[in-house]
Design a protein around this ligand. Structure first.
Ligand SMILES: [Zn+2]
Length: 239
């Protein structure tokens, strides 16, 4: 995946004022990708911006650096208590833009194309990794830290990112990816009579390792019949 830089001098952004990004907010753009690009780079726009946009074709555009604040989830102090997301309520005196990273999605009702879904899963992970690289701590990719605009501003933005946004599929994809990485890391050394003969992968109590390497190290004879897809291991004592 690659990120296409689209922001320009007219793109709205400001300092995070010392705040660290701790949440990702998902949005729907309500229009096409080209209109999003045009609006976020227009000198006539003095009210909004987002860090990223994801098109229906799976393209990722960036308008604002993660280290800067985008103008996507602004709330007056009085309206912060009306948010439904716990992470917003817990910061009653801070504009949510200070500690969030925002992703716009091309579309109107929250339904994402397959390419768009794959791109946004990748982007959520990328943002978490970048935040870890820059600030030392990743954004946790769970329901508490990945939220919709409607949870920030239920009064004015009840349909952002929309009723068809695939929340459970997104959370599952973000969690599965991390679980898969953990699984891949469990590599074990397989020793026969004190000598390493192969690597193995441990998965829920079963170790997967090349049978031939282990059998031959034990002095057995190994035959493989490709036709019947049968491996025959014969120990010395059975001859
Ligand atoms: Zn929104």
């Amino acid at each position: 995946m690659k990120i296409i830089q689209k922001g320009n001098k007219a793109t709205n952004s400001s300092s995070r004022d010392g705040h660290v990004p701790i949440a990702i907010v998902d949005h729907i753009s309500g229009g096409t990708m080209s209109s999003m690009d045009a609006w976020f780079t227009s000198t006539g726009n003095v009210q909004s911006s987002a860090h990223f946009g994801v098109s229906k074709s799976g393209e990722i555009h960036q308008y604002v650096s993660i280290e800067r604040k985008a103008w996507a989830n602004g709330l007056s102090i009085a309206n912060i208590s009306k948010a439904t997301a716990a992470i917003i309520k817990e910061h009653p005196k801070t504009n949510p833009n200070n500690y969030t990273v925002s992703i716009e999605h091309e579309g109107t009702d929250g339904a994402l194309t397959e390419a768009q879904f794959v791109a946004t899963v990748w982007l959520h992970k990328y943002i978490s990794d970048e935040v870890k690289r820059i600030y030392g701590k990743p954004i946790a990719l769970d329901e508490r830290h990945v939220i919709g605009h409607f949870q920030v501003d239920p009064k004015r933005k009840p349909y952002c990112p929309g009723p068809k946004f695939p929340w459970s599929r997104l959370y599952n994809a973000l969690i599965t990816k991390e679980a898969d990485e953990v699984k891949k890391d469990v590599v074990v050394s397989v020793l026969v009579n004190g000598k390493k003969v192969a690597d193995g992968v441990a998965d829920e109590g079963v170790t997967y390792t090349p049978a031939r390497a282990v059998a031959e190290a034990l002095g057995a004879k190994v035959d493989y019949d490709a036709k019947t897809k049968t491996m025959t291991i014969t120990s010395k004592g059975d001859k």
